[in-house]
Design a protein around this ligand. Structure first.
Ligand code: HEC
Ligand code: HEC
Ligand code: HEC
Ligand code: HEC
Length: 483
């Protein structure tokens, strides 16, 4: 027997205790390590609200009492100071920047006022203020603005909510987009509160309830950041037009089938479509989606504070926070990454400019052809081309992040828009020639928003006065939007 073994046999209890103590220490170190790495799942176990949150609780402040970090970062969406080349939280007046849009939307409320989106904490204020709500709108317009919407839909039923008058619901809708829209108050699990998304999945034979957690991290956004239309003259039922698929062409095929027309163009008389903001649809055509990313990966990155890891709820341009949003995966410098984004945006913007120029000309040339006696039969194919070209252009520009989310797809769609607009003008040139019109047709001066609005016959002073009056009489009785 060696001496060591003698010791062991002499003091077995001591060595057994040393062994057990070591095992316990190793176990505790492991536990501690795991808890550092798994802060997330640990924090998830602690997600039960301390103060119970009522079903359909619309107040973000009430949820915030339980989850101060998420609440404080979410409140930061009220900031309006960050401007990037094409995005950010500072207001961009799109009609000032691109006056041709006024002519492209002539006869539709977007030609009065169109500003690029700000943070979620401005949703209620911005819809109240826009000149687009001067014209009577349905309740449907509130759908993507507020946590009061799930509450009201639960109370009234979706169909009744949509067909109510927009202004009749005004005093009920005062809380900005928030916790209620994306979370279950009992478990804090992500959940879908907007029927339109669930119904669109059902019509395609898919079940949104079977989505993975990572899919849900996009689908909560897809409740609002999508293409939609109001189905039915009276019903105004919020509908996502994905039955044929969700590319620009497939959605157009759907609209053609149901003979949907958003408005008749004031200059050309063409039956137009207005694209909303198909961010989810276009995102799915890009590399980040194909590599498994969700919206939240860039727009709601994790953040650590005092050893606690949580989701940054300041949903905004990721260019404000490249370290958190991009550099968790990419090793390139902040400048290189911002350049990558803006280079893609600029290239798509260049194509958009070409499409806008051709489309403005096509609308005006069509007017001249009609004034000189072109028949409906002669104009019909031109109308189809204008409708299809402008739909494609709008699909890309209305998706505010599209030219980064899926640059190649945006360029492809814009290329098709240019081709169709050019084809419309080729047909118009032949027609105008036969009608004895001298080419080129003279173009008006639409170099500023004001000039373009005057050209299409908008009386902006009157519209502003009407809005001021409506605010004083009606909106002022609704109370301030809640913070
Ligand atoms: C790989 C990162 C990434 C993912 C994933 C992502 N985005 Fe973006 N998103 C960006 C960048 C970068 C911009 C451009 C911001 C800018 O120009 O300031 C942007 C812009 C936007 C904008 C316009 C913001 C602004 O300030 O004008 C919206 C809205 C948007 N994204 C929504 C979404 C939605 C919805 C999804 C999921 C369907 C999504 N994004 C997925 C990176 C991402
Ligand atoms: C209930 C509807 C709704 C949901 C859900 C929603 N959004 Fe929005 N989002 C909006 C509206 C409306 C605006 C424009 C608000 C304004 O301009 O007043 C907006 C604005 C934005 C902006 C622009 C803000 C800025 O500062 O540039 C980004 C980026 C954005 N949303 C991304 C997302 C992402 C990512 C998700 C999912 C995690 C999401 N949104 C979920 C309705 C929604
Ligand atoms: C536009 C959708 C959206 C809104 C609005 C929203 N959240 Fe979240 N929230 C998310 C997403 C996405 C996650 C990440 C979920 C995950 O990956 O597990 C998240 C995670 C959380 C978590 C889990 C812990 C963490 O930080 O990851 C809490 C708690 C939470 N949110 C609270 C809130 C509160 C409080 C509000 C309102 C002030 C709110 N959320 C508003 C989408 C949203
Ligand atoms: C979760 C990881 C992840 C995050 C976060 C992320 N990316 Fe990516 N990114 C990828 C992957 C994966 C690819 C595809 C590259 C490949 O598979 O080789 C990619 C591709 C790219 C490309 C090339 C795609 C193209 O259009 O040709 C650019 C540019 C890019 N990312 C920029 C960004 C920027 C800017 C951000 C932040 C706003 C960001 N990424 C956030 C993972 C990420």
């Amino acid at each position: 027997m060696s001496g060591d073994q003698t010791k062991f046999t002499q003091k077995p209890l001591f060595y057994w205790m040393l062994f057990i103590a070591t095992a316990v220490v190793v176990f505790l170190i492991g536990l501690f390590g795991a808890s550092v790495l798994e802060r997330r799942s640990e924090s998830y176990q602690l997600l039960q609200p301390v103060k119970p949150i009522a079903d359909w609780e619309p107040s973000n402040a009430a949820w915030g009492e339980n989850y101060p970090r998420e609440y404080e970062t979410y409140r930061a969406t009220a900031e309006t100071t960050f401007a990037s080349l094409h995005g950010g939280s500072a207001t961009i007046d799109a009609l000032e920047r691109y006056p041709r849009l006024v002519v492209l939307w002539a006869g539709y409320a977007f030609s009065r006022d169109y500003k690029q989106g700000r943070g979620h904490y401005h949703a209620v204020e911005d819809i109240r203020n826009t000149l687009r709500t001067n014209v009577p709108q349905p309740g449907t317009c509130w759908s993507c603005k507020s946590t009061d919407v799930p509450r009201l839909i639960n109370k009234m039923g979706a169909a009744e909510f949509y067909k109510a008058k927009w202004e009749d619901l005004g005093s009920e809708v005062v809380n900005n987009i928030g916790c209620q829209d994306c979370h279950d108050p009992k478990t804090m699990n992500l959940r879908i509160t907007r029927p339109a998304l669930i119904e669109a999945y059902q019509r395609q034979g898919k079940k949104i309830e079977e989505s993975t957690h990572q899919q849900m991290r996009s689908q909560v956004c897809a409740q609002c950041h999508v293409e939609y239309y109001f189905k039915g003259k009276q019903e105004k039922y919020l509908t996502f037009p994905w039955d044929e698929g969700s590319t620009a062409e497939q959605i157009q095929a759907y609209y053609d089938k149901v003979e949907h027309v958003d408005w008749v163009h004031k200059i050309s008389g063409a039956p137009m479509l207005k694209a909303q903001h198909p961010d989810w649809e276009i995102f799915q055509m890009g590399i980040h989606f194909q590599r498994g990313l969700a919206c939240a990966d860039c727009h709601m990155p994790y953040r650590s504070e005092g050893g606690v890891k949580f989701t940054n709820h300041k949903i905004a341009s990721p260019l404000e926070n490249v370290a958190g949003s991009c550099q968790v995966c990419h090793r390139e410098s902040e400048k290189a990454l911002i350049d990558n984004v803006q280079e893609r945006q600029e290239k798509v913007r260049q194509l958009a400019g070409m499409a806008e120029d051709l489309l403005v000309r096509a609308h005006i040339e069509t007017r001249v052809a009609l004034d000189r006696g072109a028949t409906p039969e002669q104009i019909k194919p031109v109308y189809q081309l204008i409708r299809q070209a402008q739909w494609r252009w709008d699909f890309v520009v209305a998706s505010h992040g599209g030219s980064f989310h899926a640059p190649i797809e945006c360029a492809r769609i814009m290329g098709n828009a240019i081709e169709k607009a050019a084809e419309a003008r080729t047909q118009l040139a032949g027609l105008l020639g036969r009608l004895g019109v001298e080419l080129p047709v003279a173009m008006p001066d639409i170099s500023t928003k004001a000039k373009a609005q005057r050209y299409i016959g908008l009386d902006m002073a009157r519209l502003e006065a009407e809005k001021a009056d409506f605010k004083a009489r009606v909106i002022s009785t609704w109370g301030e939007p809640a913070l």
